[in-house]
Write a new protein. Sequence first.
Length: 121
Amino acid sequence: MLQGAAAAGAAAAMGSAVAQVSSDQAPKILDSQPMPEPPPERSAGPIRPGRGSMLQDKVAVVTGAARGIGRAIAVEMAANGADVVVVDIAGNVSPASNAVAATTEELDETVRLIKSFGRRG
């Protein structure tokens, strides 16, 4: 895994795929209120391997992969057979922004989730 630029490159790892995984464990809060979760019929549900796609044995590059939408995309691609190169700044983007910066630990967790599907991340 590359860390200097907060980028995680491909690293060989083979293992058994997990049945389901949620890519984001952070509390879902907006304006100090819990965010409602969509009902099951309006959600794709937890990430499951083998949904059937053309990603098998392809390589995907995902930016902003330490958490949120970027992590969800990276893990979904891995669940569908792609090896995934993940990249994130993992630091402050702008002094004008009050967004909480992603961390290298969060990027490492994304790589761990990718590897849990037996893919390289």
